[in-house]
Design a protein around this ligand. Structure first.
Ligand code: B12
Ligand code: SF4
Length: 467
């Protein structure tokens, strides 16, 4: 008998809302194991009362998804795992606490089940996952891409091994099946761009830039094949249409969604082919200044309405420390210029900024000036609901995840006035949570936390009520 797989998405109780975006990792893998002929279901865990303190699994709710349908919804009950052989957890760091609760409960009540963990937590916090005590431990730990390792353990009949770590870099050219998009689950997600329901995907893994606060800064970029993206956009459009929408939107979530005129041209053709009325993507101030209309025109002409840009800061000192362009200078002035260029073409900007623990009053003021400029800059055009297009801003407090250069620099005390705690609870590892709150992991910062919170609150208060 072939093994049955339960893909598990732990809850995100610190986020404002669970049902904004699909967590794509398990959906890519599910599509792949479906193709290999293995049966699987998906367990989506969530929290109803996000403001109540979370005590354990008894506070969780669950959705069990089989094929296109939600076959069960209710309070979490451990017997949901009963008919599966492999429990495959997809975990980002803030979800780790909940994943460990669940692995412990399963180990105790169903010792015969095999437990596998993958996702960015296994990648960047590998030492922690490898040294979990026996009662919570995972049989297979997948720190890199999941397709190869899951195929391997299934084809070997879920055998045990002394070394649980299965590290494999996938040649993405061979990935031709797009992630699953179960209709009834997709109906739950309610993100909108320009007034239209929007689903997201990614065009690549990794990133060509090197921001010191980001783990992806150390990972080379590799792209999914065009054939896969074509099939992916077809599948997203199918969901929109089956849910009765005639006008619908798309978002590319990679930081490098808009990279070059040629690449944007290629994406625009696919977006048009599959009937999307609007789309949003991310790009870089540097790329927008370099390519300008040549890159943005195909975006605009195919319904591109908003571009997300990691504008990070208005302080040149902070921007230099971030090292976005791997040693090459990036000017704050280019951040202003990128917003002007996009807006003058009729594209709204979502500008992401952060507060950094070394910042002084002068640094804070420089970024607040940038944020005020962004929210005030006019854009020609309206969204699908007839509302004027408006720029959006976001202010978070930078949190140095393990695997980032800033984590190393703070630990070695290389940046004056900043020290992080030795022990950090996983559930604090987020930089944007309920009411735009940020996890606080610092022992020492240049200004007190309260000062940074005040500035964050002010910047976020400038945001328009819609995107
Ligand atoms: C889209 C996105 C989001 C979306 C959707 C969440 C999601 N998980 O899809 C939203 C906006 C909700 C989000 C939120 C956050 N995000 Co985010 N997000 C991304 C982004 C840009 C793309 C994710 C994606 O779809 N990738 C494509 C899929 C295929 O990759 P993948 O999920 O890594 O899966 C592969 C492997 O990891 C592995 N794998 C994954 N699951 C499993 C399971 C098993 C069993 C196996 C074997 C393998 C396996 O196989 C897959 C194929 O190789 C990534 C950066 C990136 N490019 O990956 C950041 C990223 C994942 N996010 C990150 C962060 C920090 C956050 C937040 C904490 C931000 C915040 N709010 O403070 C929250 C945390 C939310 C949570 N779930 O806990 C970090 C994670 C760091 C970490 N240590 O976990 C990343 C890596 C970005 C970064 N470099 O800083 N995010
Ligand atoms: S923050 Fe964005 S641009 Fe910078 S390294 Fe990470 S993914 Fe790349």
């Amino acid at each position: 008998m072939k093994a049955r797989i339960l893909y598990i998405k732990p809850p995100d109780p610190f986020l404002q809302d669970e049902f904004v975006y699909q967590q794509l990792g398990p959906h890519y893998l599910q599509a792949y194991t479906n193709q290999l002929g293995y049966e699987s279901e998906l367990l989506v865990l969530y929290v109803k009362d996000r403001r109540a303190p979370l005590r354990g699994l008894e506070d969780l709710h669950m959705l069990l998804v089989r094929g296109e349908s939600i076959v069960h919804e209710g309070s979490f009950s451990l017997d949901v795992v009963e008919s599966f052989d492999l429990l495959a957890f997809s975990v980002m760091s803030p979800q780790a606490t909940y994943a460990y609760w669940l692995s412990e409960a399963v180990r105790k009540s169903y010792p015969e089940k095999k437990l596998m963990i993958g996702g960015s937590h296994a990648r960047y916090y590998l030492d922690q996952v490898k040294t979990l005590p026996e009662e919570k431990a995972f049989d297979y730990i997948v720190p890199l891409d999941g397709w190869g390792p899951i195929e391997q353990v299934l084809s070997e009949g879920l055998k045990s091994s002394d070394n649980p770590v299965l590290a494999h870099r996938q040649d993405l050219k061979k990935i031709l099946v797009p992630p699953t998009r179960p209709l009834e689950l997709m109906e739950r997600y309610h993100y909108e761009v320009a007034g239209l329901k929007t689903y997201h995907t990614v065009t690549a893994l990794g990133c060509p830039f090197t921001c010191y606060f980001c783990e992806a800064g150390t990972e080379n970029i590799h792209f999914f094949p065009k054939k896969m993206l074509d099939a992916d956009l077809h599948s997203i459009a199918r969901v929109h249409k089956e849910l009765g929408r005639t006008r619908y939107a798309l978002m590319f979530f990679d930081d490098t969604g808009l990279l070059s005129p040629r690449q944007v041209e290629g994406l625009s053709i696919l977006v048009k082919k599959h009937g999307f009325s609007a789309w949003r993507s991310f790009s870089h101030a540097y790329l927008i200044c370099k390519h300008g209309e040549k890159m943005l025109n195909p975006f605009l002409e195919s319904g591109g309405r908003r571009v997300g840009i990691g504008l990070e800061t208005g302080s040149q000192k902070s921007l230099d420390l971030i090292n976005k362009r791997n040693g090459r200078k990036q000017l704050v002035e280019e951040h202003y210029e990128a917003v002007r260029i996009a807006n003058s073409l009729g594209i709204a900007v979502d500008g992401f900024t952060m507060i950094y623990p070394w910042e002084t009053e002068a640094d804070l003021k420089a970024t607040t000036d940038l944020v005020e400029f962004i929210v005030g800059n006019p854009i020609e055009g309206e969204d699908e609901l007839g509302r004027p297009l408006r720029n959006h801003v976001d202010s978070t407090i930078m949190l140095p995840f393990q695997g980032t250069r800033f984590n190393e620099l703070f630990r070695s005390r290389a940046i004056r006035g900043v020290r992080i705690k030795d022990e950090i609870d996983n559930s604090l590892l987020y930089h944007k949570g309920i009411d735009a709150s940020s996890g606080w992991v610092y022992e020492e910062t240049v200004l007190p936390r309260e000062r940074y919170l005040l500035e964050q609150e002010y910047r976020n208060s400038l945001r328009p009520g819609y995107r």
